[in-house]
Design a protein around this ligand. Structure first.
Ligand code: SAM
Length: 260
């Protein structure tokens, strides 16, 4: 149900928690509490504020989107944070997911490649009193080299291959959440560093995100193409670096999907 401007956002948030989180098996009480308090309608354009607590994926400008509440909750819950973690987020977008992470961890380092989005998110989060967020504009597939390691990494865009720069920045016991696949469908992966040499990889569910564009993600049209496969999405072309022996995606039930 959309909220009419001026009506009760608190009530809409309560319904969102009940119907989209609790009834869909989001169990972490810290995630539920934060999302029940955070004013999601302040992270989208005023004209869309009435839809902020619905299941809709909302446009945030520059062809990008804010994921539906369930997706944000699912990804945050899958990171299993206790509050002491240093978190790297790739794809700040509107800043909503950043705010959820910042409320549940020690500190968030967030990277966004589109300057206008990065600046808006920074302003919103400052206004809401989040002082444990460090912002960067640029290509998140390169990681954050000045900080050696992170306890958690969340990537909010789909990649053809998992960037090694990111797995290299995981602490032992740390986990990376990332959608991997083609431009239409991805699988949400949780990659855990179990030792200095070993990574454990687990598929959580099917999902669909906007492309992760960068040196270790999709190549933007017009950039020197590496050998690979071409794709087209929203009128724009993308290049996927070559990979061998990859299985095609299984067709799965729509309800299993999370994502934008
Ligand atoms: N979680 C965000 C929110 O709460 O609004 C939405 C993220 S949106 C689905 C994905 C974001 O990733 C977009 O803002 C896009 O510009 C950004 N992005 C894509 N490739 C990137 C890259 N290489 N580095 C940093 N940001 C990137």
């Amino acid at each position: 149900m959309a909220v009419k401007p001026g009506l009760d956002y608190q009530r809409a948030r309560k319904n969102m928690v009940q119907e989209q989180l609790l009834q869909r098996q989001i169990h972490d009480p810290r995630v539920v509490r934060v999302m029940g308090l955070l004013p999601r309608h302040l992270f989208v354009d005023e004209a869309l504020a009435g839809l902020a607590y619905t299941q809709a994926t909302l446009p945030i400008g520059n062809g990008q989107t804010l994921s539906q509440p369930y997706t944000v909750a699912r990804m945050t819950e899958a990171l299993a944070m206790s509050g002491t973690e240093e978190v790297l987020e790739i794809g700040t977008g509107s800043g909503y997911q950043t705010a959820v992470l910042a409320a549940l961890s020690q500190r968030v380092f967030t990277i966004e490649r589109i300057p206008a989005l990065a600046e808006l998110a920074r302003q919103r989060l400052r206004r809401l009193g989040f002082h444990n967020v460090i912002y960067r504009m640029g290509d998140g597939t390169l990681g954050w080299p000045e900080v050696r390691q992170f306890d958690r990494i969340l990537v909010a865009a789909g990649t053809p291959v998992v960037p090694e720069n990111l797995t290299n920045q995981l602490t032992i016991g740390g986990s990376l959440l990332i959608p991997e696949g083609d431009e239409h469908k991805q699988q949400l992966l949780r990659i855990v560093r179990t030792s200095a040499e070993n990574l454990q990889r687990e598929v959580l569910e099917n999902c669909r995100f906007v492309p992760l564009v960068g040196a270790q993600g999709w190549r933007e049209a017009g950039r020197p193409p590496s050998p690979g496969v071409g794709g087209k999405e929203g009128g724009q072309s993308w290049w996927r670096p070559e990979r061998g022996g990859e299985k095609p995606f299984e067709q799965r039930n729509r309800h299993e999907r999370v994502g934008t």
